[in-house]
Write a protein that binds this ligand. Structure first.
Ligand code: FAD
Length: 383
């Protein structure tokens, strides 16, 4: 039985799992990927692609612009009124996860990864040969190495530790804004602070606008847990947000939501031998817009380290060293944004502040260099 095992099993086909599959398949490895969704679907995400994320996707042969990504060049910060606006210290894009995640999975399939859709892994067990994954329908898959890339969803026997900011609930909704508001928003990502949380607004492909927000459980309860009341609360607290949403049409029947997000979590020691990627390894607050870049970076670095014969514990240690500063800084700022939003007025006095924060919550350049150049040699095809 052990003879016929695929070498690598990846659980989860988000950016981390798919990118790893592509990278390993291109190195000639036999890879099986299990993804619970049966088809393309929406995910709670601001859908901001930082320049590192764009670079990783291009190195994989998947330029986001070819998928319809929209350019973002600046950031505006609003509370009750507008506080500050500045150019981003890098160029960025925005693209729906509906399009991006499906394109990554399609590319993985094309590169030879054995992709199984509609497989929800319930449990992972260590065996004498490696690992065994059991799915909801009772199906089983074994492999010598397992990479856990289930993102926001924990397996019951492999729950992530808490982060340092754990009380936020995330929502995402698409709107079609009026022509005037689309023109005003074009090229910008806007952050809105309101009592109990913050929201991001930006255009994505298809003239849709993504409103993605985080609110504390306490404030959500004050709004009766109701989306309409939460939206009214945010609009009442921010004149610029009220303006943007005036006359806008919601494009989803109801918002998508996610809770129990362990913001600030960093990689543990992986002493159990399980490789953890993406949001299973570390979680940076969403306003930083770097979660996907970290997922892609970790995927490419883990492929490189696996190839060199490193183990899960060495990878976790490398990730921790590379992510620690930016995750801790971003979480400290996120806590201030939620608990003391008036502190954001500092951005009015110091216009360069937002650019500095944006620059310092990115994956360090030296770390990026270790993951990307190898990928550029692989002659990837374009989607
Ligand atoms: C509110 C919010 C806003 C955000 N905004 C941004 C942003 O603007 N820019 C940015 O870069 N990042 C953002 N992020 C972070 C970003 O979404 C994540 O960092 C990124 O998606 C992590 O990728 P991943 O592959 O680890 O996980 P995911 O994207 O969550 O993918 C995991 C995959 O695993 C599958 N899966 C889950 N459980 C199982 C199972 N048991 N069996 C099989 N398959 C399974 C899922 O279906 C999914 O496809 C945001 C996050 C939140 C919560």
């Amino acid at each position: 039985m052990s003879e016929s095992f695929p070498e690598v099993l990846i659980v989860g086909g988000g950016p981390a799992g798919s990118a790893l599959g592509i990278a390993l398949a291109r190195r000639g490895r036999e890879v099986v990927l299990l993804e619970q969704s049966a088809a393309a679907h929406h995910k709670v995400c601001g859908e901001f692609l930082s320049y590192e994320a764009v670079g990783y996707l291009e190195s994989l042969g998947l330029p986001p612009r070819a998928l319809g990504a929209v350019a973002i060049h600046g950031v505006r910060l609003h509370a009750r009124t507008t506080i500050a606006a500045c150019a981003l210290p890098f160029s960025a894009l925005s693209l729906t996860r509906f399009a991006l995640d499906e394109a990554l999975l399609t590319l993985a399939l094309r590169e030879g990864v054995e992709v199984h859709r509609g497989w929800r892994v319930e449990s992972l067990t260590q065996t004498q040969y490696g690992w065994q994954a059991r799915a909801t329908g009772g199906e089983e898959h074994s492999a010598r190495a397992v990479f856990l890339a289930t993102g926001k969803h924990d397996l019951s026997s492999y729950r992530r530790p808490r982060g340092t900011q754990n009380n936020l609930v995330g929502f995402k909704m698409y709107f079609r804004l009026t022509v005037a508001q689309r023109q005003a928003l074009d090229g910008w990502v806007e952050l809105f602070l309101f009592p109990g949380g913050y929201a991001g607004l930006q255009m994505v492909e298809g003239e849709q606008t993504n409103l993605c927000l985080l609110v504390t459980r306490e404030w959500l309860a004050r709004c009766g847990g109701a989306w309409a009341a939460l939206l009214a609360h945010m609009r009442g607290a921010s004149q610029p947000l009220a303006e943007r949403l005036d006359g806008a049409t919601p494009l989803l029947a109801k918002p998508l939501a996610v809770s129990s997000i362990p913001y600030g979590m960093l990689p543990g020691n992986a002493a159990d031998g399980l490789w953890r990627l993406g949001d299973q390894a570390a979680v940076i607050p969403s306003f930083a817009g770097d979660g996907m870049a970290m997922a892609l970076h970790g995927a490419l670095l883990s492929a490189e380290m696996y190839e060199r014969g490193a183990d899960a514990a060495e990878f976790a240690q490398a990730m921790r060293a590379q992510y620690c500063t930016q995750v801790q800084l971003a979480t400290a700022i996120s806590r201030i944004m939620v608990s003391a939003p008036a502190a954001a007025q500092a951005a009015r006095l110091w216009p360069g502040l937002m650019g500095r924060i944006a620059a310092r919550t990115r994956i360090p350049l030296a770390a990026r260099k270790t993951a990307v150049p190898e990928m550029r040699h692989n002659g990837a095809g374009q989607v």
